[in-house]
Design a binder for this molecule. Structure first.
Ligand code: XMP
Length: 207
């Protein structure tokens, strides 16, 4: 679901609790829209996986809120496991990938659905897909809440996408900056001065 520019700007005005106004510039995707979209994603996934042995593999930690809401919409038997992936870059830059938590469950023969918070350059999803394919699943598909197409390197796409968003650094609903803001109930845009002093709101983070 792409977000149109006028809607985006409308959402950026207000709606920020006073205690969070200092760092968050605006609400990009309000709670109500997240829930509506996740309900639709759940329906599509349930239809595609009917009768299959599904293993949901969630990437820590940005998926916590998305996963909890998505799982409640998947009304069929499934297993859930977690993979820890960290990108060691500075600030908002994507850096070297390190797996810091391995899967516990057996992947062989399962229909794997990888769940991530945001597809950005695609480096993470590509590495995770390759790692899981080596474990011989019956199939593998990917599901992301957010998709920042502008930053993609190569031709990787997710099978299920919640929202396409512009190249702005977003936080909330599980997404963090320096491990903070994950508990915001909406997806918000971080004020550029929080991560890159002297930049304006619409300008891209430096890399
Ligand atoms: P790649 O570039 O590998 O990135 O597709 C995926 C991971 O990078 C993080 N990421 C973000 N985290 N706000 C965040 O809080 C963002 O705007 C953002 N863009 C990328 C995220 O961990 C994701 O899994």
């Amino acid at each position: 679901m792409p977000l149109s520019k006028p809607r985006l700007i409308k959402e950026l005005i207000g709606r920020i609790p006073p205690s969070q106004r200092a760092d968050v510039a605006g609400v990009l995707i309000p709670e109500v829209d997240l829930q509506k979209r996740i309900a639709l994603m759940g329906k599509a996934i349930a239809k595609d996986y009917k009768g299959k042995d599904v293993l949901v593999v969630s990437l820590l930690s940005g998926t916590v809120l998305f996963l909890a809401d998505l799982l409640r919409r998947l009304e069929f038997p499934l297993r859930v496991d977690f993979l820890g992936v960290s990108s060691y870059g500075s600030g908002t830059e994507s850096g070297k990938l390190v797996f810091n938590k391995e899967l516990k469950l057996d992947v062989r023969g399962a229909h794997v659905l990888v769940v991530d918070d945001i597809l950005d350059t695609g480096k993470t999803l590509r590495a995770v897909t390759e790692k899981i394919l080596a474990l011989k699943p019956a199939s593998i598909r990917t599901c992301v809440l957010l998709d920042k197409k502008e930053r993609r390197v190569g031709n990787i796409e997710a099978d299920y996408v919640g929202f396409q968003i512009p190249d702005w650094f977003v936080v909330g609903y599980g997404l963090d900056f320096a491990e903070r803001y994950r508990n915001l109930p909406y997806v918000g845009v971080l004020k550029p001065e929080v991560y890159a002093p002297k930049q304006s709101l619409i300008r891209k983070p430096s890399r």
